[in-house]
Design a protein around this ligand. Structure first.
Ligand code: AMP
Ligand code: GLY
Length: 457
C-alpha cells in the first residue's frame, strides 16, 4: 500500500554492484516514491528507471535532476566525486549526498591524505611524497628499506599501488608510475611508504561535516585467485563483520582515527559530508590507516547495506543537513558474505555480451541477493557487460553460515565464462592474528599496542 509519506524522488549516480546495493536500500525507504539511476545496469532497472547519462556528465545530470524534480542525488562512484559533481549540483541548488571536490581530495590525492594524517597525528605508515622521479630514485637508493610501497597519488582503479621487494623493482616502479605514466596524471606525484603487515579491515562511515557514525566492519578480497594469489582486482568478494575488528580495535580507532579525520578535514576548511571508507591495517603496533575512500566500497556495500537496519534516506538526509548526531546507526547481529561472479580472464582480458541465466532463483528468497555489477539488456535478455558481473550476497547467523549460503546461491546462476574465488569469507590460516591487549601513548601522540602474535588454527 502506498503511504502518504512516499514522495521523494532520488537519483543515484553509478552503474556497479555498489550502486545496485544502494538502489536496493533506497527502494526500501518509506519516503521514496521514484528512483532514477544514471547510467544504472540491468539489475538496478528492477528498482530504478535507468537514465542514459554518464556519471561524468555533471551538467547533463544536474539538468536531469532539475527537470525531474529530484529531491536527493546520491553519488556512488569516486571519479565524479573527485571531479566535483557535488559542487555542480550544489551550485544549482540541488540536494546531493557526497563530499564536494575540496573534501573528496581525501580519496583523490594520496599525498594529501598522508600529509593530513601526519599533521593531525592519525596513525599511518611512514612515508615521503615525491613529484620529481630523480628525487624518488635517490631516496630509494640511499634511505629506503625493502619491501617498500609505491603509490600513484591519484585515482587509479585500485591499481596504482606497487609493493616492491628490492631496489630494482622499486626503480622499475618509479619509471612505470612517474615516467611512463601507466596510471596517467595520477602518477604526477608519488607516495613512497613503509611496508606494513597485518590483517586488513574496512570500516565505512556516514559523516555530516562534524559528526561521524561508523557502520559495521567488512573485509575485501582484492586478489583475483584463491589464496590471495594473482592480480589485484576491484574486489572479488567481501564479508561482514570482520572477526578481527574487536571492541578494542574499535575503541582505538574511534579515539585516534575516525573523529580525528573528520575534525582534521573541518580544520583544513574542507568539511567532509558523505561516506568515509577507512582502509585499516591491524599491525603489531596497532591499527593504521592504509587509505581513505570518499564513497562506499564495492563490494563492501553489498555486505554492509543488507545488514543495516536504518532507513538509508533518513541517514543520508541527516548527513546533508548536518544532523547526523540525531541518528543511531543499527546493524543486524548476523553476518553476510558476497561472492563476485566475474568473467573468466578478469582483470586482464575477458569476453562480454554472454547471456546469464538463473535470476529467477533469487525471487522471494529472504537473505539472498543478486547484485548486478556489469550487466545489460540485449535483445530482451540479460548479458554480461564487465569483468565483475554479479555480486552474490547471502546472510547467515554466523560468518560460516553466510559463506555456505552465498556459495550455494552462486550455483543458481550460470553464464558461459563464469569465474569466482572459492575462499571468500574463509579466514586464512597463513596470516598472523594480532591480539592487542594494552596500549600507551607515545610522545608523538600515536598509540602503540603491546601485542602477542600467534597463528590462527
Ligand atoms: P590502497 O589502495 O592504498 O588501499 O592499497 C591497495 C592495497 O595495497 C591495500 O589493500 C594493501 O593490501 C596494500 N597496501 C597498501 N599500502 C600498504 C602498505 N603500506 N603496506 C602493505 N601493504 C599495503
Ligand atoms: N573494494 C575496495 C574499494 O571499493 O575500494
Amino acid at each position: 500500500m502506498k503511504q502518504r509519506s512516499k514522495q521523494m524522488k532520488v537519483l543515484i549516480v553509478g552503474s556497479g554492484g555498489r550502486e545496485h546495493a544502494i538502489a536496493w536500500s533506497v527502494a526500501k525507504s518509506p519516503k521514496v516514491d521514484k528512483i532514477y539511476c544514471a547510467p544504472g545496469n540491468a539489475g538496478i532497472a528492477e528498482y530504478a528507471e535507468c537514465v542514459d547519462i554518464g556519471a561524468m556528465e555533471f551538467e547533463k545530470l544536474a539538468a536531469f535532476a532539475k527537470e525531474n524534480a529530484v529531491d536527493l542525488t546520491i553519488v556512488g562512484m569516486d571519479d565524479p566525486l573527485v571531479g566535483g559533481i557535488v559542487d555542480v549540483f550544489e551550485a544549482e541548488g540541488l540536494r546531493v549526498f557526497g563530499p564536494n571536490k575540496a573534501a573528496a581530495i581525501l580519496e583523490g590525492s594520496k599525498a594529501f591524505s598522508k600529509d593530513l594524517m601526519k599533521k593531525y597525528q592519525i596513525p599511518t605508515a611512514a612515508y615521503e611524497n615525491f613529484d620529481d622521479p630523480e628525487k624518488a630514485l635517490e631516496y630509494l637508493r640511499t634511505e629506503a628499506r625493502f619491501p617498500i610501497v609505491l603509490k600513484a597519488d591519484g585515482l587509479a582503479l585500485g591499481k596504482g599501488v606497487l609493493i616492491c621487494q628490492d631496489l630494482k623493482e622499486a626503480e622499475d616502479g618509479v619509471k612505470e608510475i612517474m615516467e611512463d605514466k601507466k596510471f596517467g596524471n595520477a602518477g604526477n606525484t608519488m607516495v613512497i611508504e613503509e611496508f606494513m603487515t597485518g590483517r586488513e579491515v574496512s570500516v565505512l562511515s556516514f559523516v555530516d561535516g562534524k559528526t561521524i557514525r561508523t557502520m559495521t566492519s567488512a573485509q575485501d578480497h582484492k586478489r583475483a585467485q584463491d589464496g590471495d594469489q594473482g592480480l589485484n582486482t576491484g574486489g572479488m568478494g567481501t564479508f561482514s563483520p570482520s572477526p578481527f575488528y574487536t571492541e578494542e580495535v574499535d575503541e582505538f580507532c574511534r579515539k585516534y582515527v575516525y573523529q580525528p579525520t573528520v575534525d582534521a578535514m573541518a580544520a583544513e576548511g574542507r568539511p567532509f559530508k558523505g561516506i568515509i571508507f577507512f582502509g585499516l591495517m591491524l599491525t603489531a603496533d596497532g591499527p593504521k590507516v592504509l587509505e581513505y575512500n570518499a564513497r562506499f566500497g564495492d563490494p563492501e556495500a553489498q555486505v554492509v547495506l543488507p545488514r543495516m537496519k536504518n532507513d538509508i534516506i533518513e541517514v543520508m538526509e541527516a548527513c546533508v543537513d548536518g544532523k547526523l548526531d540525531q541518528i543511531d546507526l543499527k546493524f543486524e547481529d548476523n553476518a553476510a558474505v558476497c561472492v563476485v561472479l566475474a568473467s573468466d580472464g578478469y582483470p586482464v582480458k575477458y569476453e562480454k555480451g554472454i547471456p546469464i541465466h538463473g535470476f529467477e532463483n533469487f525471487k522471494d528468497k529472504d537473505g539472498y541477493y543478486c547484485f548486478h555489477a556489469g550487466t545489460k539488456f540485449k535483445d530482451g535478455e540479460i548479458v554480461t557487460n564487465g569483468g565483475r558481473v554479479l555480486g552474490i550476497t547471502a546472510k547467515g547467523e554466523t560468518l560460516k553460515e553466510a559463506r555456505k549460503n552465498a556459495y550455494a546461491a552462486t550455483e543458481w546462476i550460470s553464464f558461459a565464462n563464469k569465474y569466482m574465488r572459492h575462499d571468500i569469507g574463509k579466514l586464512s590460516t597463513r596470516l598472523k592474528l594480532v591480539i592487542f591487549h594494552r596500549h600507551s601513548l607515545t610522545k608523538t601522540g600515536i598509540s602503540l599496542y603491546n601485542s602477542n602474535n600467534y597463528e590462527t588454527q
